[in-house]
Design a protein around this ligand. Structure first.
Ligand code: XUL
Ligand code: CO
Length: 441
C-alpha cells in the first residue's frame, strides 16, 4: 500500500523550477568542495515528529490526517514503518532517528515492551536490507511515562533509575543491531523544579554513574557508535542539568566522561538557552565535541521549543559555516527534529516541510563554503588578532610573558590604539554572499 500516493520521488529541478514538490537547491550528487551535498548534509528524518506527532497542543486535540491512524496500536506501528520507508525513499534521505516509544507501543510490562520493540525492529531491519536509509541514531524516551515524573537517571527513586537503565540497555542493543551511527542522550526530565526537595549533588553523581554504565555496556556488546549528549536548558523541567554545551561539557569533564561523548546540538535548544545556534556549535567545535545536529528553528516571539522546520537562511548558513570549519559532522548528521505546524495537517505537508529544510541547508552549505573559500571572515579575524603574532602578543601566546614583564611593557606604552570591529560591514558581506548564491539561477 502507498501511504503517500500523490507524491512521486522528489527530484532536484534547480532554482528556477516552479514545482513545489522538487528540490531547488538540494542536489544530492552536486559537489561542494570535495564532497557531495549528500555527504556534507547527511539529512535525517525524525520519526517522532513525522510519524507520531498528531498536532495536539495544550488547547486542542490532534489535527493531523495520517493514513496509519486508522489501525490499532501494533498495526499502526507496523503501518508507520511502511510509511516511513516510503517517505525516506521519496525524499531520498540517507538517515532517520527514533525514540523507542516512537516505533513500538509500550506494553503493560517491560517484557511486553521489549517484545513489541523486537517485532518492529525485525521489520525495520528487513526494510533496511534493501533501503539506502540508515539509522543516524536512536534513543530511549525517559520522559513521557508517569514513572519518570521525577526524572530517570536523576530520579529520587532508585527503581526508576533501574528501569531507565534497562530501557537504555535495550536501546543500545537495538542500535548495534540496526547499525546506528550514534546513540543520543537527551535529559528529558533530568533536572529539577525546586531545590527545596532536591539533592542536586546525588542527582548529578547518579547521572554520571548512569552514563558510565552506558559506556561500559556499549563496549561490552561491541557497539561502536558515537555517544551524544543533547543539551537543553528547560522544558519540560524548569532547570535541566544539560543546560547548554558549556554546562554539559563541564559535567562531562568533572566525571571523566569527555572522551566518550560529543554533542548533538539543537538550534531551538540553543535559543532557549539564550544563545544563537552558531554559538553552541562554536563552543562544541572548539572543544572537539561537535557530533551531530538537530536541525530546526524556534520563533523569536514564542519562548518555547516550537521545533519548526529550518528556513532561516542566516541560521543555516552560519550553522554550515561551523560544520564546515569542523571538517564536517563525522558520524553525525542534520536531523530534522522539526514538526509541521498544527494547521499543516495534510500528509503532503510533511514533504513540503522536509523540502524547505533540505533546500535551506543546501543554500547554507553553498554560502558557507564560499565564505570559507574566499576567507571572508578568516582574513578579517586574522588581521584583527595580528597583535598576538608579533612582539608582546607573541610572547603572551608562547608563554614567555609574566606579570612583571607585562607591567614593564605597559609602563612604557603611550596611547593604546584599537581598531573598528566592522560588524555592519561584515554583515553586508554575508548578505552579499547569500544573495549571490540565491541569484545564481
Ligand atoms: C526534545 C528533543 C528530543 C531529543 C531526543 O526537545 O529535542 O526530541 O532530540 O530525545
Ligand atoms: Co532534539
Amino acid at each position: 500500500m502507498a501511504y503517500f500516493p500523490n507524491i512521486e520521488t522528489i527530484a532536484y529541478e534547480g532554482p528556477t523550477s516552479k514545482n513545489p514538490l522538487a528540490f531547488k537547491f538540494y542536489n544530492p550528487e552536486e559537489k561542494v568542495g570535495d564532497k557531495t551535498m549528500e555527504e556534507h548534509l547527511r539529512f535525517s528524518v525524525a520519526y517522532w515528529h513525522t510519524f507520531v506527532g498528531d498536532g495536539s497542543d495544550q488547547f486542542g486535540v490532534g489535527t493531523m490526517i495520517r493514513p496509519w491512524k486508522q489501525y490499532s496500536e501494533m498495526d499502526s506501528a507496523k503501518a508507520r514503518v511502511e510509511a516511513a520507508f516510503e517517505l525516506f525513499e521519496k525524499l531520498n534521505v540517507p538517515f532517520f532517528c527514533f525514540h523507542d516509544v516512537d516505533i513500538a507501543p509500550e506494553g503493560d510490562t517491560l517484557k511486553e515492551t521489549y517484545q513489541n520493540l523486537d517485532t518492529i525492529v525485525d521489520m525495520i531491519e528487513e526494510y533496511m536490507k534493501t533501503s539506502k536509509t540508515k539509522l543516524l541514531w536512536n534513543t530511549a524516551n525517559l520522559f513521557t511515562h508517569p514513572r519518570f515524573v521525577h526524572g530517570a537517571a536523576t530520579s529520587c527513586n532508585a527503581d526508576v533509575f533501574a528501569y531507565a537503565a534497562a530501557k537504555v540497555k535495550k536501546g543500545l542493543e537495538i542500535a548495534k543491531r540496526l547499525g546506528a551511527e550514534n546513540y543520543v542522550f537527551w535529559g528529558g526530565r533530568e533536572g529539577y523544579e525546586t531545590l527545596l526537595n532536591t539533592d542536586m549533588k546525588l542527582e548529578l553523581d547518579n547521572l554520571a554513574r548512569f552514563l558510565h554504565m552506558a559506556v561500559d555496556y556499549a563496549k561490552e556488546i561491541g557497539f561502536d557508535g558515537q555517544f551524544l549528549i543533547e543539551p537543553k536548558p528547560k522544558e519540560p523541567t524548569k532547570h535541566q542539568y544539560d543546560f547548554d554545551v558549556a554546562t554539559a561539557l563541564a559535567f562531562l569533564q568533572t566525571y571523566g566522561l569527555q572522551d566518550h561523548f560529543k554533542f548533538n546540538i539543537e538550534a531551538n535548544h540553543a535559543t532557549l538557552a539564550g544563545h544563537t545556534f552558531e554559538h553552541e556549535l562554536r563552543v562544541a567545535r572548539i572543544h572537539g565535541m561537535l557530533g551531530s545536529v538537530d536541525a530546526n528553528q524556534g520563533d523569536t516571539l514564542l519562548g518555547w521549543d516550537t521545533d519548526e522546520f529550518p528556513t532561516d537562511l542566516y541560521s543555516t548558513t552560519l550553522a554550515m559555516y561551523e560544520i564546515l570549519q569542523n571538517g564536517g559532522l563525522g558520524k553525525g548528521g542534520l536531523n530534522f527534529d522539526a514538526k509541521v505546524r498544527r494547521g499543516s495537517f495534510e500528509p503532503e505537508d510533511l514533504f513540503y516541510a522536509h523540502i524547505a529544510g533540505m533546500d535551506s541547508f543546501a543554500i547554507g552549505l553553498k554560502v558557507a563554503h564560499r565564505l570559507i573559500e574566499d576567507r571572508v571572515f578568516d582574513a578579517f579575524i586574522e588581521e584583527r588578532y595580528k597583535s598576538y603574532t608579533e612582539g608582546i602578543g607573541r610572547e603572551i601566546v608562547e608563554g614567555a610573558a609574566d606579570f612583571h614583564k607585562l607591567e614593564e611593557y605597559a609602563l612604557q606604552l603611550g596611547d593604546i590604539r584599537n581598531q573598528s570591529g566592522r560588524q555592519e560591514r561584515l554583515k553586508t558581506l554575508l548578505n552579499q554572499y547569500l544573495l549571490d548564491v540565491c541569484a545564481a539561477r
